[in-house]
Design a protein around this ligand. Structure first.
Ligand SMILES: C[S@@+](CC[C@H](N)C(=O)[O-])C[C@H]1O[C@@H](n2cnc3c(N)ncnc32)[C@H](O)[C@@H]1O
Length: 233
């Protein structure tokens, strides 16, 4: 984690300690919920790059990348391994620490920065050649996802790409009943959220099926909503 993020990280860590105690509250904040989720066990995701990101970035010239809701950093570390300079943002300090450790273990720490922040408020003057959000969805606790995506488009440099990958349908069968009303986004939903103007070319807006493993290790099909756009100027 970068030095300038340490204060925020320490504050978030203190909040995270509280979070564990309060995660069963009726209305935990998104940060508390995710912190408690990551505290459940080490490595809740695979640590591997998301398939859509790997396929979409194939052949793109490397540059500066921003990963929104980077979790444990699988995409950050992979992109850095391809030569990108990558900043990963997430609410959870626990997840970011895992990402940071993975970057060191892979020898790409010089090309990675992990920042603890709420994307609803985080801002930067920096512009990126690639802004990516893989499964930036928080169905147990709502986040202003549309607003976050709209702001994310503003972080893309002229000539750069914006990639939004989302679960277009439940990724597993065991969603608790209170979440059955959650609306999984379609590519059109995400395009509507992004409000891209005539400076953008939409290159991909489609649902892609993918074979994934259940927690028990069985193969099953999931649906990814994929929106890829290029900022022309
Ligand atoms: C389903 S996980 C995806 C993680 C990672 N992108 C991946 O593909 O493995 C969603 C992530 O978004 C993060 N997140 C949710 N709301 C956020 C917000 N408002 N600001 C920053 N991160 C957020 C959560 O902490 C969580 O790590």
């Amino acid at each position: 984690m970068h030095t300038h993020d340490r204060t925020a990280a320490a504050a978030a860590a203190a909040a995270a300690a509280t979070a564990t105690a309060t995660a069963t509250d009726a209305t935990p904040s998104a940060r508390e919920w995710w912190e408690a989720r990551y505290a459940e066990r080490d490595g809740i995701w695979s640590g591997r790059v998301n398939a859509v990101l790997a396929s979409v970035t194939w052949g793109l010239p490397v540059g500066r990348a921003l990963d929104l809701g980077c979790g444990e950093g699988g995409d950050v570390v992979w992109l850095a391994g391809q030569g990108w300079d990558v900043t990963g943002i997430d609410l959870s300090v626990t997840a970011l620490q895992r990402g940071s450790r993975a970057a060191v273990a892979t020898g790409v720490e010089d090309r990675t920065a992990f920042v603890a922040a709420d994307l609803a408020r985080w801002d930067t003057a920096e512009r990126f050649d690639l802004v990516t959000a893989s499964f930036l969805q928080s169905w147990p606790v709502e986040i202003p996802r549309a607003e976050i995506l709209r702001r994310a488009a503003g972080f893309v440099a002229s000539g750069g790409h914006l990639l939004v990958t989302a679960h277009a349908a439940p990724p597993h069968d065991d969603l608790p009943p209170e979440l059955h009303g959650y609306r999984f986004p379609s590519p059109d939903d995400d395009l509507a959220a992004l409000q891209l103007d005539d400076r953008w070319d939409v290159l991909v807006a489609e649902v892609r099926p993918r074979t994934a493993a259940t927690p028990e290790g069985d193969a099953h099909e999931v649906l990814d909503s994929v929106v890829l756009a290029r900022r022309t100027r």
